[in-house]
Design a protein around this ligand. Structure first.
Ligand code: C2E
Ligand code: CA
Ligand code: CA
Ligand code: CA
Length: 274
């Protein structure tokens, strides 16, 4: 039992205990997973609205554990963040993505960007900017071949520190994008002061644009406002032609979603380009 407040005791429900135990198991699995090489990256292509040109890829982390099977990132990333394991895992992701970017460059595709998801804890960590610089140099890629995706949650954690990091990254020359736009903090006004070049509109908006006139208006405004600020707009989670035609009409610049391609293993991603 845990003391909560002065005269009141709260008891852990068995289910809660079980969840805590599960988390512990998964976290231990994550730690071993890194040592045993159980992680891999999938690459989801981003296209022009016409769908005939690949503009870049987003790297998406996959974990296949012998004990837990395929664990989705939405389940293990939060645990990795809580435990601090996101730092070594994120470092591995960064290096792996830079290696893939180098492979693309060697194939004559050095104009294609590889985007990496960076969690708040990772961005705010002391070594992050140095790690990014080293990753780029070691892989021998142009800085703008690497794209860093951050979410608005990092600004809630620490607006000032986050902005400092973003400016340092901008100075290196990497591309910066704001992911899941519209789901969190969503202040359009602060966007002006961020060195971000790309806005990714969250799938939750894209899901509703066909049925919900209001959501369509919101997406339209985000695109217009983004363009006014000189940003490139990516729609995430585009699954059908109806969404595509609405987004094309609204002036969206890039499309990412199952309609054009699911995340691919590296070889399939490379094949797509030939
Ligand atoms: P995200 O950054 O918003 O990534 C987009 C997610 O939407 C991916 O899920 C992708 O597979 C999925 N998706 C893309 N198009 C479609 C579509 O048309 N329909 C549907 N239903 N889904 C689509 P995934 O790979 O499961 O990743 C989930 C989240 O995990 C990511 O969301 C990101 O927040 C996090 N994540 C993934 N890899 C990493 C990583 O290396 N580091 C960190 N920190 N987070 C990661
Ligand atoms: Ca992302
Ligand atoms: Ca996203
Ligand atoms: Ca998301």
């Amino acid at each position: 039992a845990k003391q909560a407040g002065r005269n009141c005791w709260r008891f852990y429900e068995p289910i809660l205990l079980q969840k805590t135990y599960e988390k512990l198991l998964l976290t231990n699995g994550l730690r071993r997973g890194l040592e045993r090489g159980e992680f891999s990256l999938y690459y989801q292509p981003q296209f022009t609205v016409t769908g005939d040109e690949v503009i870049g890829f987003e790297a998406l982390l996959r974990w296949v554990s012998p004990e837990h099977g395929l664990v989705p990132p939405d389940r293990f990333i939060p645990l990795a963040e809580q435990s601090g394991l996101i730092l070594p895992i994120g470092q591995w992701v960064l290096q792996e993505a830079c290696r893939f970017a180098r492979r693309l460059a060697d194939l004559g595709q050095e104009n294609l960007c590889v985007a990496v998801n960076i969690s708040p804890r990772q961005l705010l960590s002391e070594d992050f900017v140095t790690n990014v610089r080293d990753g780029i140099i070691m892989a021998g890629i142009k800085p703008n071949q690497l794209e860093i995706e951050i979410t608005e949650s990092v600004f809630i954690e620490s607006m000032e520190d986050a902005v400092v990091k973003l400016r340092q990254l901008q100075a290196i020359g990497v591309t910066l994008s704001l992911d899941d736009f519209g789901t969190g903090y969503s202040s359009l006004t602060y966007l002006r002061n961020l060195p971000v070049g790309i806005l990714k509109i969250d799938k939750s908006f894209i899901d509703k644009i066909i049925t919900d006139e209001m959501q369509l208006q919101v997406v339209g405004s985000i695109i217009d406002l983004g363009h006014n600020l000189g940003l490139t707009i990516v729609a995430e989670g585009v699954e059908n032609r109806e969404q595509l035609s609405i987004l094309t009409e609204a002036g969206c610049d890039r499309i990412q979603g199952y309609l054009f391609s699911k995340p691919l293993v590296e070889e399939a991603a490379v094949r797509l380009l030939s």
